[in-house]
Write a protein that binds this ligand. Structure first.
Ligand code: UGA
Length: 427
């Protein structure tokens, strides 16, 4: 099929490349000229495992452009994957989608369909359909097909989804979407078809529920520390109940990224517009913001409030491993707070770059003259750091925000080890 994708960010780029891999011809449109020029030259704007290889492999099925030329009317499907940022007043900014819709209307043939992958407030895709109907006599059906890929495993998530959600109004459009996904060979029960509004709600509810699980385990972990319970045992006990499930119950220093923080806030705001207070989601957001503060205070309290001129190694800048994305990363809050108190920070991250902090290119270089180690992201390469390096820390203390050293018994090397959900005496 001939498919045109608007918005070549995380979702748009990964979806384009995967759809090319499934055999479709894709035109990728993004207003960012530099990004498009780079992509034409195989310079990929994000780090994502498997993405570069797949772009190269499908080069002949991918065209990168900044806009559609007039009369380029051969697309079966348009996909919208533009950003939907939150505005200062809490409302979702939908202007990019309307601009794309205008461009589609100018360049479409009769009976093409628009698949909206952007996360949009409940009811929006119906409004978009009305907007389009008012502007053209052509039949142009809107589909809501929220995306569930995760950064760091986006390609595998797209090509092997647990389920896909398709919100639709016209059977004709549904058939076209199913044809687009045919090569995924999904079982019937993996294809969930709904009305447009329910599909939109599923996306917000999924992200908010996952965020809620994280805030829940983070709060329980704090209580474990105070009550001499051990989060590792607690987690084992909790997650062996299949009603609770095993995933998204890793405690840490809170969720970040471009999705959970944004979508939880947007859902609270949407509910407010209907005079409904989403107490659980509000608490999820609050608990998340408190979690990183709690961790930072642990560090400051260890030094009895005085960290002036101390040198901290910060391992991990990205909001999670296998991405170079810094959006809403807890590391940024840690850097801001510690540098406000006149501490020095030496950061290392395998992929992320942050210009407000001194960064080293090799992990070993960070340990030359440091007092304390902080772990903010659980990159694989941090997990087996040689204990000889750890012993070089002048204050012999480690604050592990992701529990990666929890089973290494660092006490026996004379190191103090603070993690999440287990107090210092238990380590
Ligand atoms: C999330 C969802 O998982 C995707 O399904 C969705 O498509 C995406 O948002 C989106 O809306 O576009 P993503 O933000 O890439 O994906 O990352 P996750 O793997 O979900 O992690 C989010 C945050 O939660 C990270 O900061 C991570 O460190 C944290 N987390 C995750 C925990 O603290 N504990 C856990 O057990 C799991």
């Amino acid at each position: 099929m001939n498919i045109c994708v608007f918005g070549i960010g995380y979702v748009g780029l990964c979806a384009s490349v995967c759809l090319a891999q499934l055999g479709h011809n894709i035109v990728c449109i993004d207003k960012d000229n530099k990004k498009i020029e780079n992509l034409k030259n195989n310079i990929v704007p994000i780090f994502e495992p498997k993405l570069n290889e797949l772009i190269l492999k499908n080069k002949n099925k991918l065209i990168f452009k900044t806009n559609l030329e007039n009369n380029e009317k051969n697309f079966d499907i348009f996909i919208i994957a533009t950003g939907t940022p939150t505005q200062k007043n809490g409302e979702v900014d939908l202007s990019a989608i309307y601009n794309v819709a205008d461009e589609i209307i100018k360049n479409c043939k009769n009976n093409s369909i628009i698949i909206n992958k952007s996360t949009v407030p409940i009811g929006f895709n119906n409004k978009l359909q009305d907007y389009i109907n008012a502007k053209t006599n052509l039949k142009l059906d809107v589909i809501s097909n929220p995306e569930f890929l995760r950064q760091g495993s986006a390609i595998d998530d797209f090509l092997n989804p647990e389920r896909i959600i398709i919100g639709y109004k016209s059977d004709f459009a549904l058939k076209k979407v199913l044809k687009m996904y045919k090569a995924l060979n999904l079982k019937d029960e993996q294809i969930i078809t709904t009305d447009l509004n329910s599909a939109e709600m599923i996306k917000y509810a999924s992200n908010s529920f996952l965020a809620l699980k994280i805030s829940f385990i983070n709060e329980i972990s704090k209580l474990c520390e105070k009550t001499n319970a051990d989060i590792e045992y607690v987690k084992k006990g909790l997650t062996s109940d299949s009603r609770i499930g095993k995933k998204f119950l890793n405690c840490g220093i809170g969720f970040g990224g471009s999705c959970f923080p944004k979508d939880t806030k947007a859902l609270v705001n949407i509910a407010n517009n209907y005079d409904i207070e989403l107490k659980t989601i509000k608490a999820t957001i609050e608990a998340n913001e408190a979690q990183v503060d709690y961790f930072i205070n642990k560090i400051i309290n260890f030094y009895k409030g005085n960290i002036k001129d101390k040198t901290f190694i910060l391992l991990g800048l990205s909001f999670k491993p296998n991405t170079n994305d810094l959006r809403e990363a807890p590391s940024i809050k840690i850097i801001d707070k510690l540098t406000d108190l006149n501490a020095n920070i030496i950061a290392y991250d395998p992929k992320a770059k942050y210009d407000k902090v001194k960064q080293v290119n090799k992990i070993n270089d960070a340990f030359n003259d440091a007092d304390c180690l902080i772990i903010a992201t659980e990159w694989e390469e941090f997990k087996n750091i040689d204990v000889e390096l750890l012993k070089k820390l002048k204050d012999k203390v480690i604050f592990d925000g992701r529990n990666i050293f929890i089973n290494r018994n660092l006490k026996k090397y004379g190191l103090k080890y603070y993690c999440i959900g287990k107090n210092e005496q238990q380590n």
